[in-house]
Design a protein around this ligand. Structure first.
Ligand code: NZQ
Ligand code: ZN
Length: 390
């Protein structure tokens, strides 16, 4: 196990009706004026925005609304948010929604206190040194941004999708009421499931030795997600299954499962170019890319894939042919993604084989070749993985 530091200051307020506590939590954070930042309108249709406004009014906390965050959030609205926060002397950002609203809120929170173009922080020209506090009411378990250090924004100038991270961007609180996820379209629920599973795979695929504890934690979380997803597909109002998925999404990405081990993140790199070029749902893009990545890298560590196959996917061991066991695990992952309605090929997400060179160009700008830790990927490796996904 490697040395590590783990800092996770977020207060989680989990369960039924917890959204009504938002006023008190914002007050406790000593906010004077709040920006409520949200997406395309699901929180208006569900009545959640009304409840949030009522809770803030009850505590006499003034607020300004800024909606319109798109999935794969864009830089344009971040600039708008930064101007608004400065003009209105706002000192707290409340994101109500999923990864997109939260990531945009984090970008505004850091951008407001940065003396320059906020994109410098994503362009690796500067690091986050301070940020306004961010609070979250989560409506879709997926990206794990409610507890993560990360924020991912797409710059409209060139459609470059980039992430950056800082402990200063971990939300001060995250309100998580599984009932708020009852209104999710099935496709978004499943894409969220794939995303959180992928956050675990990015950590699970490691060559670091002596990490049995986090291996078991990863495997248990994966199994719980799979079981709960199978319930939710047929019974979307099942509270306990929704609750399991909600909390699993947080555990998958707050860093807890990755401590002491080298993480990979190649597949997220490969997928982010698909989201940037075709505006596909991140989780759906991962459903296409992860099995392809796994098949391509299986020889890097057959034993690791074999362990995954046996412990998570219930494959029978065959000591005479460990690779067959490993491959069967990957096949079962694919069939699970298929079972929950996720795509498995380029074609299904509208991606084109002819665009692979374009994807590789952008990948070169964003990550640079070679990249990844589990297996160092050259440009040719990345091409072959994209081809496998076709
Ligand atoms: O915009 P609204 O109208 O709210 O609709 C959203 C959106 O269309 C809808 N939705 C959310 N909650 C709902 C709901 N519809 C009905 N009922 C509800 N309760 O779902 C759609 C997707 O929302 P979005 O916030 O985009 O989803 P997600 O949480 O998957 O976030 C995706 C973004 O997060 C980034 C991704 O790259 C992508 O840009 N990621 C962020 C990470 C991080 N910050 O740590 C890590 C991830 O790996 C990921 O890269
Ligand atoms: Zn992800």
């Amino acid at each position: 196990m490697e040395n590590f530091r783990f800092y996770s200051p977020t207060q989680f307020v989990f369960g039924k009706n917890t959204e009504n506590e938002v006023g008190k939590l914002v007050k406790k954070a000593k906010a004077n004026k709040v920006l409520i930042h949200y997406g395309g309108g699901s929180i208006i249709r569900s009545g959640l925005l009304g409840k949030v406004e009522a809770a803030l009014k009850k505590e006499n906390i003034p607020y300004i609304l800024l909606g319109g965050v798109q999935p794969n959030p864009r830089s344009g609205l971040v600039y708008q948010g930064i101007d608004l926060v400065k003009k209105e002397a706002i000192d707290f950002i409340l994101a109500v929604g999923g990864g997109s609203a939260i990531d945009s809120a984090k970008a505004i929170a850091a951008g407001v206190l940065y003396n320059g173009d906020f994109w410098d922080l994503y362009d690796r020209k500067a690091r986050v040194e301070k940020a306004l506090p961010v609070g979250v009411i989560l409506t879709i378990p997926a990206a794990g941004s409610e507890a993560s250090t990360a924020t991912v924004i797409t710059n409209e100038n060139g459609m470059l999708k980039r992430g950056m991270g800082s402990d200063l961007l971990r939300p001060v609180f995250a309100i998580m009421n599984p009932e708020l996820t009852f209104t999710l379209p099935a496709y978004q629920t499943s894409a969220g499931v794939v995303d959180m599973m992928s956050h675990i795979f990015e950590r699970y695929l490691t060559h670091t030795e002596g990490v049995e504890l986090t291996d078991y934690l990863c495997e248990a979380t994966l199994k719980s997600i799979i079981n709960a997803a199978r319930v939710v597909v047929h019974d979307p109002l099942n509270y306990d299954a929704r609750a399991t998925i909600c909390w699993a999404g947080t555990i998958a990405h707050n860093g807890f499962l990755g401590v002491g081990r080298e993480e990979d993140w190649s597949t997220h790199g490969l997928e982010h170019e698909l989201s940037a070029l075709y505006d596909v749902t991140h989780g759906a893009g991962l459903a296409v890319m992860f099995p392809a990545y796994m098949k391509y890298t299986v020889d890097s560590d057959i034993e690791r894939y074999r362990q995954l196959a046996i412990r998570v996917f219930g494959v029978d061991d065959n000591p005479n042919n460990p690779k067959a066991v490993a491959l069967e695990g990957i096949a079962r992952l694919e069939s699970f993604f298929n079972e929950i309605g996720m795509p498995l090929t380029f074609e299904e997400i509208g991606a084109k084989k002819e665009d692979i060179d374009k994807l590789l160009e952008k990948l070169d700008i964003n990550r640079g070749f070679p990249f990844g830790n589990f297996q160092k990927l050259s440009r040719e490796d990345a091409r072959k993985i994209y081809l496998l996904a076709c």
